[in-house]
Design a protein around this ligand. Structure first.
Ligand SMILES: C[S@@+](CC[C@H](N)C(=O)[O-])C[C@H]1O[C@@H](n2cnc3c(N)ncnc32)[C@H](O)[C@@H]1O
Length: 198
C-alpha cells in the first residue's frame, strides 16, 4: 500500500540515516520497510502496547534496535538525536494538543538536516467531507469482510480512540514547530503521506 511504501520511496537519494525513531511502531510495518535500505542504522521503536513491542522483538532480532514500551507523552525526546523520525498511522490517536506538542518534540529531536516522515488519516471528524469518507471506507471494508462485523468493530474503535485532524491544520502546526519544505507525496481522499525537513 502506497501509504506504507512511501516511507522509503520519497527519501532523498543521498540520505543515509544512522539513527531512526519509529513512533507507534505497532507490528513493525514501517521499520520493516526501512531496514532493507538502512540495515546498519540504529532503530528506536516506541509503542504503548507491550504486545506490539514483543511482536517487533521477535521479528527484528538481527538488527540494532532499541525498544521503548511507553506512551509518547512519557518518552524523553532527546535533543538532536535522530536523522529520521517516522510515524505510521499512530498520531491520529493523539488529541490536538498532544499532536502539536509531539510536532515540537519531533523537530527538537531531529538532527540538523533530519527528516520527519508521516502517513495517516488526516481529516477531522467535523470536516463536511467526513461522512463521505466514512461511506467510502465502509464500502471498502465490507467488500473485504462481507459479514459487516469488521466494520462494526472498526467504528467502535474509531469513535473511542481515533482523533484525526485535517491535514491543512497539521501543516500549520508543523510549520509553527519549525519544519521546512513540507511535501505531500501521496494523498488519496484524506489518507496522506507527507515528509518534512528540520
Ligand atoms: C495503527 S497502529 C500502526 C502501526 C504501524 N506504525 C503501522 O504503520 O502499521 C498504531 C500504533 O500506535 C500505538 N500508539 C497509539 N497511540 C500511542 C501513544 N500515545 N503512545 C505510544 N504508542 C501509541 C498503538 O499501540 C499502535 O501499536
Amino acid at each position: 500500500m502506497q501509504l506504507i511504501s512511501s516511507f522509503a520511496k520519497y527519501l532523498p537519494d543521498n540520505f543515509n540515516p544512522q539513527a531512526i525513531l519509529d513512533l507507534g511502531s505497532g507490528n513493525g510495518n514501517i521499520t520493516a520497510q526501512l531496514i532493507p535500505y538502512f540495515p546498519n542504522a540504529t532503530f528506536t521503536l516506541i509503542d504503548a502496547s507491550a504486545e506490539m513491542i514483543d511482536l517487533c522483538c521477535n521479528q527484528f532480532n538481527d538488527y540494532d534496535i532499541v525498544y521503548v514500551n511507553k506512551y509518547f507523552k512519557d518518552f524523553l525526546f532527546k535533543k538532536e538525536s535522530y536523522d529520521l523520525i517516522v510515524a505510521g498511522f499512530s498520531l491520529h490517536h493523539c488529541d490536538e494538543n498532544e499532536k502539536q506538542s509531539i510536532f515540537n518534540s519531533i523537530n527538537n529531536s531531529l538532527k540538523k538536516g533530519g527528516i520527519f516522515s508521516y502517513s495517516d488519516l488526516m481529516i477531522s471528524k467535523t470536516n463536511p467531507d467526513h461522512p463521505m469518507l466514512l461511506e467510502k471506507w465502509k464500502e471498502f471494508v465490507n467488500t473485504n469482510f462481507s459479514d459487516g462485523e469488521k466494520w462494526t468493530w472498526l467504528m467502535e474503535h474509531y469513535e473511542t480512540f481515533d482523533k484525526p485532524t485535517d491535514y491543512l491544520v497539521q501543516l500549520e502546526w508543523m510549520r509553527n514547530a519549525g519544519f521546512k519544505n513540507i511535501q505531500i507525496h501521496f494523498k488519496e481522499e484524506y489518507w496522506v503521506h507527507l515528509q518534512a525537513e528540520k
